[in-house]
Design a protein around this ligand. Sequence first.
Ligand SMILES: Nc1ncnc2c1ncn2[C@@H]1O[C@H](COP(=O)(O)OP(=O)(O)OP(=O)(O)O)[C@@H](O)[C@H]1O
Ligand SMILES: [Mg+2]
Length: 306
Amino acid sequence: MLVGRQPEQQVIDRLVAAARLGTSGVLTLVGEAGVGKTALLDHTVAKHPDLRVLRATGLETESAIPFAMLLQLLRPALTALDGIPPVQAEALSSALALPRRPTAGATDSRDRFAIGAAVLSLICRYAEDGPVAVVVDDLHLADSPSADALVFAGRRLAADPVVALFGVRSPEGDRVVAGLPDLRLGGLDLDSARALLARARGSADPEDHVRLLHRATEGNPLALLELGAADRDVVESVETDMPLRVSPAIVAAFGRRLEGVDAETRAVLLIAAVCGEDLRLVADACAALGSDPASLAQRRTPGSSR
Ligand SMILES: Nc1ncnc2c1ncn2[C@@H]1O[C@H](COP(=O)(O)OP(=O)(O)OP(=O)(O)O)[C@@H](O)[C@H]1O
Ligand SMILES: [Mg+2]
């Protein structure tokens, strides 16, 4: 069960209400790992069971397979393919390797326009039978052709009963959804954090402990849950200048950002993590250890190569 997020739920509920009345809306839920994008998407789908849902999740293992995500997303709507302009239907069929494919290869730039238009047409055609929610989580992990076509369609949704919600991890996915309306998810407020911890533990934590956890995690729900389950001495080490020991789940969620970062840059990051906010100390330590802090500025963030 979702705790908190009332303002965010209101924004989404307004979009759903507008979609029911025939005005489309698109919104990206953007935020760091563990902040609750998936939880909010799941909650939205569960809360509006009357919506016809087209849903997909970007998968790292399929991120190099063109149109893999689109096939996942559009599968329930493919029965409506005959109801869209033939040139679009053919381009989309070809991209998704459907049996009606008339020609080999449909991925040149001209066809990519037709595919984006086809995605838009197909979603709108599908919505003729009732309001549709297009829900794509982890869009930053989707293959680029799918993401491009979906964003193309998302920008052009107008007067149809469609609400499109995309979950995107930041900063990895910022560029993927640039230009679409976004809802930036920050951490939970203190009351929500207290409720989340109480529900996870089955009883209320002492208030000073809750406040400490909330401060240490900045309200990130994943971090709250993981740190809340840790030994008390680990949590209390937050109050010291010692680096925090974190669980494997936290390492997995946040460590991904280090993928693709070379050894020298990792060394600078480690120095910065140990030194804290004193930039002069960071610079001195880097100099003493033969690392160049300027190298940080030259590194691209993972996922920014799109
Ligand atoms: N508002 C909330 N109420 C209750 N539980 C929440 C809330 N937000 C997040 N959680 C829980 O916190 C954990 C992390 O949330 P979630 O998986 O939704 O994060 P995310 O933003 O999708 O992260 P990622 O970028 O890794 O996909 C999950 O166990 C989720 O159920
Ligand atoms: Mg998620």
